[in-house]
Design a protein around this ligand. Structure first.
Ligand code: TYM
Length: 331
């Protein structure tokens, strides 16, 4: 049985990018694997959230995971900060993580550019904390979107380095994973780049969005004036709408609009209407469950409690072994 692990920062509601990058696969995999799913609240401290916002966001993500079909009895759903063992492993890994390699990580460079007033050590060592998250449970597979590929590469580097340093195959070397497919990048609605909550108003569709706001966001998505020659390649904004359609609509629908694009008869209004309705159908069952779970404090605290116990047992075992390996031994 393989160990699968995935995480999400609690910075707001989950969007379709989070779902297709990290959640969808997990729900199916919990039947056959030893699955860990967690909320990366230590990681979110890099942006200095207000305590009440942080607490509310963690609760929201817990509710959304459960709503997306995670079964807290089958998989281990937990909050990162319930496991101080992660912080200990992070400290240990940092002793063998080098400034040069950390500074070269693309996400660090991007964040440093976006928030020059807050380039903190947590941002720099984000990949070591992420490595600790993953190897603390000796995970084999990590479902993530394309944007996390480089962080996963760093995890492999740190795991190999530890194994080499202590001359044993202690940590498995984890692989990024997207259910047999390529890692995905779900595009946003603003014409370029990925779906993300910090990419601006209207760019992301959240699992909890109601039909009215889904229609509004999709109808406002960026397009162009339409194809002028047969079989012309699609500009990014149009390609993005098709990519979204590929994940939520039936194959014949995608085929129909592709043909209409290729013979220049496409009307973007029709495509957007169809896309909005298909997103609504896709998210509807989750939205209903999110609404009822968000106010079900008992279900949320029960899930967090069971999860913390199971996850802690696994993390404590690894930390005991790591301490022994590195020479922290009782007298
Ligand atoms: P975060 O919180 O930014 O995103 C959570 C997950 O959603 C995926 N994702 C996407 N996938 C496809 N298309 C998109 N537009 C899109 N937007 C987000 C992300 O790839 C991610 O899988 N560093 C992580 C959190 C983390 C983690 C970990 C993940 C901390 N420790 C250990 C896995 C394992 C992050 O910031 O994800």
């Amino acid at each position: 049985m393989e160990t699968v692990l995935s995480g999400i920062r609690p910075t707001g509601n989950l969007h379709l990018g989070n779902y297709f990058g990290a959640v969808k696969n997990f729900v199916k995999m919990q039947e056959e694997n030893n699955c860990f799913f967690f909320i990366a609240d230590y990681h979110s401290l890099t942006t200095h959230p207000k305590p009440a916002d942080l607490h509310g966001n963690v609760k929201q993500v817990l509710a959304e995971y459960l709503a997306a079909g995670l079964d807290p009895e089958k998989s281990t759903l937990y909050i990162q900060s319930d496991l101080p063992e992660i912080a200990e492993l992070y400290l240990i890994l940092n002793m063998n993580a080098y400034l040069g390699e950390l500074e070269r990580v693309t996400t660090f460079k991007e964040k440093a550019r976006k928030q020059p007033e807050n380039v903190n050590a947590g941002l720099l060592t984000y990949p070591t904390l992420m490595a600790a998250d993953i190897i603390i449970h000796k995970a084999d597979k990590v479902p993530v979107g394309k944007d996390q590929e480089q962080n996963l590469e760093m995890t492999r580097t740190f795991a190999r380095r530890f194994n080499r340093m202590y001359s044993q195959d202690f940590f498995p070397i984890p692989q990024a994973f997207n259910f047999g497919e390529q890692l995905v990048k779900i595009p946003g609605l603003d014409g370029s780049g990925k779906m993300g909550k910090s990419e601006g108003e209207g760019n992301a569709i959240f699992l909890a969005d109601d039909p009215k706001s889904i229609r509004k966001k999709v109808m406002r998505a960026v397009t162009d004036s339409g194809p002028t020659a047969a079989n012309q390649s699609k500009p990014e904004a149009i390609e993005n709408l098709f990519k979204l359609m590929e994940v939520v609509s039936a194959e014949e629908v995608v085929k129909h609009f592709n043909e209409a694009y290729n013979n220049c008869s496409i009307r973007y209004g029709d495509l957007k209407k169809q896309l909005a309705e298909d997103i609504i159908i896709f998210t509807e069952p989750m939205r209903d469950r999110i609404l009822s779970l968000s106010s079900d404090d008992a279900a949320i605290s029960k899930a967090a409690k069971i999860g913390a116990e199971k996850a802690r047992a696994s993390a404590q075992k690894t930390i005991r072994e790591v301490r022994e390996i590195i020479g922290f031994r009782p007298f």
